[in-house]
Design a protein around this ligand. Structure first.
Ligand code: GLY
Length: 391
């Protein structure tokens, strides 16, 4: 089904010229500078409490976003202080994979793409390459050949989690494509290809809304049912899931050149954009549209903005949606920069007003470290020709 983009409610706004963009970038760098002395050997927690991230060890699925922020800051400025801390982080990721610390889940892609793989690409570090490959091997072990998906969570024998895929995993697949490029072993990419095809078949509904998670029978490979984990209901679209889908299918096109994924990314994007409140920043679940008294998720908005730019640059120059998606990405990041930026006093985050896990009441209307990362990533894409770490 074609998903028409409704008449745009894009606010008239001043074009994002280089001066304005540099000012938004300066705001982010000032906030990273404020975080640097606090985190040192530690990492920001997944979400803040009253706008303040606690310092944690390298134990969460989110630790790579801080390292990714540091690599972006280093690429932007060339300042050695960012690289020094990023390299300390990469060494910590090497230890984490060696000691097998909280790595039995699919988020190895988030963790290692933005730390070790980015570090290997930017500095040539062989230690970074080795730990990225070790993470990819572990991720490959989560591939179930009958369900043809990477199991998201839990032990591979856990009956409750067997055969469960989730839309977020689309962003974990680039680690597998990277491992095939690095080693020549096609098993990594073959698993990613199969998972992506299952995501397209099972996670996307006919109206281009998405299930957060989906269960597949691991004895027969038969699809069972969709369900939510962080969304409002099983049949709603969790906003961040939709954003992972937009970005993840656009990346799927980058890695496979299968036009189906470009079309899917575009349909998901239209569904998402049609449900934005007036300020362009999504509510935490797309069942809520305008003027609802429910929190926004600035982190989903930031992921979607970067995903829209990934999608726009993949479309042919003649496709009019190219400019539309770019305009939306700019509208979203400028609103984030104007109305969602954390204050320098009383917070150690970049963006406020994200939602980590509404059903668990965790990180509601708080900063989320991945939101900070994708906000800077979007600004980076707008400022410089930049090769994504997911590429
Ligand atoms: N990937 C988990 C989340 O987005 O909260």
């Amino acid at each position: 089904m074609t998903i028409a983009l409704e008449p745009l409610a894009l606010r008239e706004r001043a074009p994002l010229d280089t001066t304005r963009l540099d000012s938004l970038l300066g705001d982010v760098l000032a906030r990273i500078d404020r975080m640097l002395p606090q985190f040192g050997e530690y990492f920001p927690a997944p979400s803040s409490q009253q706008g303040v991230y606690a310092a944690i060890d390298n134990v969460e699925w989110t630790n790579g976003f801080w390292t990714g922020l540091l690599w972006l800051a280093w690429e932007l400025t060339g300042e050695e202080r960012y690289r020094r801390v990023a390299e300390t982080n990469v060494a910590s990721f090497a230890t984490r994979i060696e000691r097998h610390v909280n790595v039995d889940h699919h988020d190895l892609g988030f963790l290692y793409t933005l730390s070790a793989c980015a570090g290997h690409r930017l500095t040539g570090s062989t230690q970074a390459r080795s730990s990225g490959l070790e993470a990819a091997r572990l991720l490959l072990k989560r591939f179930d050949p009958i369900a043809r998906v990477i199991q998201a969570w839990g032990d591979m024998k856990n009956p409750k989690e067997r055969g469960r895929m989730i839309i977020d995993c689309n962003l974990n697949l680039p680690l597998l494509y990277w491992a095939t490029r690095e080693t020549g072993n096609k098993d990594f990419a073959a698993a990613a290809d199969q998972h992506l095809a299952r995501a397209a078949d099972l996670l996307v509904r006919p109206d281009a809304s998405t299930f957060h998670t989906y269960y597949i029978d691991t004895k027969t490979g038969a699809p069972r049912h969709g369900s939510t984990h962080q969304g409002f209901s099983d049949d709603s679209s969790w906003a961040r899931g939709q954003a992972w889908g937009i970005y993840g299918f656009a990346l799927g096109w980058r890695h496979t050149r299968d036009a189906r994924y470009l079309d899917l990314a575009s349909r998901l994007a239209n569904h998402f954009l049609n449900r934005l409140p007036a300020d362009g920043i999504c509510c935490w679940d797309l069942i809520f549209t305008d003027d609802d008294q429910t929190p926004r998720d600035s982190s989903a908005a930031a992921i979607a903005a970067s995903g829209l730019l990934e999608l726009a640059q993949a479309l042919p120059l003649s496709d009019e949606l190219r400019e539309t998606y770019e305009a939306w990405a700019i509208a979203i990041v400028t609103t984030l920069g104007e109305a969602y930026l954390a204050p320098l006093d009383g917070s150690n985050a970049v963006l406020l007003h994200g939602v980590y896990h509404m059903p668990n009441k965790a990180g509601v209307d708080e900063a989320c470290i991945w939101g900070d990362y994708f906000y800077l990533e979007t600004l980076m894409r707008l400022r410089h020709p930049w090769q994504p770490y997911w590429a």
